[in-house]
Ligand binder design. Structure first.
Ligand SMILES: C[S@@+](CC[C@H](N)C(=O)[O-])C[C@H]1O[C@@H](n2cnc3c(N)ncnc32)[C@H](O)[C@@H]1O
Length: 194
């Protein structure tokens, strides 16, 4: 791909900013909604959980999690996406959107029951550091749920599965999930923080 195309894609979707970021946010809110909703459904929230959402982008899954959990903290490095996600969740007092990254969430040890991430693993500059951070902030017995576009996932499903195990998670399961209508096949992993 050309340098300009890479630049535009990163500005729209990878690290959304400016007008392209606004456009990317609107496209992601539609195109990724099925995956965001499916991951939140798979968390089987009961209203009692403390949930960490990594890279919520425009906040479709964040809203769904906020409606089903006790407390939700979202970590999002893009200021534009933080504003969009905050607007989408404005009616929910249990949702907080903070600046940060998967590698540095700024959250206390063992403070979440569930950590989930949709469509941003491929953007983490250091996957091992990010998984170590999610291991740190999950309580023992806490659940890690990861999902992303399989076609853009470095190392593929097998690599993701191995990295999750190397980070110290147990009972890892990894599979492919195809959204019923729009959206690309997702590589998904579920694992437990021992
Ligand atoms: C492709 S968008 C996906 C957004 C949303 N989860 C969705 O599926 O529509 C990727 C998001 O991850 C965020 N992001 C980029 N690098 C990140 C990192 N190192 N840690 C956490 N989030 C990151 C971006 O700012 C962006 O909002």
């Amino acid at each position: 791909m050309s340098g300009f195309a890479d630049f535009a894609l990163d500005r729209a979707f990878g690290h959304p900013r400016g007008l392209l970021g606004a456009l990317g946010g609107a496209l992601m809110a539609r195109g990724n909604a099925a995956a965001e909703q499916q991951v939140v459904r798979s968390a089987r929230l009961t209203g009692a959980e403390r949930v960490l959402v990594i890279g919520p982008g425009p906040g479709v899954g964040l809203l769904a999690a906020g409606e089903r959990a006790s407390r939700v903290v979202a970590i999002e490095p893009s200021a534009r996406m933080r504003r969009t996600a905050e607007r989408r969740c404005a009616a929910l007092s249990n949702v907080t959107v903070l600046d940060g990254t998967a590698e540095a969430t700024g959250q206390p040890d063992s403070s979440f029951d569930i950590a989930l991430s949709v469509n941003n693993i491929q953007l983490w500059p250091d996957r091992a550091a990010a998984l170590a951070e999610l291991h740190r902030v999950l309580r023992p017995g806490g659940v890690l749920l990861l999902s992303t576009h399989e076609r853009w996932l470095p190392g593929g499903r097998a690599g993701l599965h191995a990295d999750v195990q190397t980070a110290g998670f147990a009972e890892a399961q990894t599979w492919a999930w195809k959204p019923p209508s729009r959206g690309t096949t997702q590589a998904q992993t579920r694992a437990i923080r021992p």
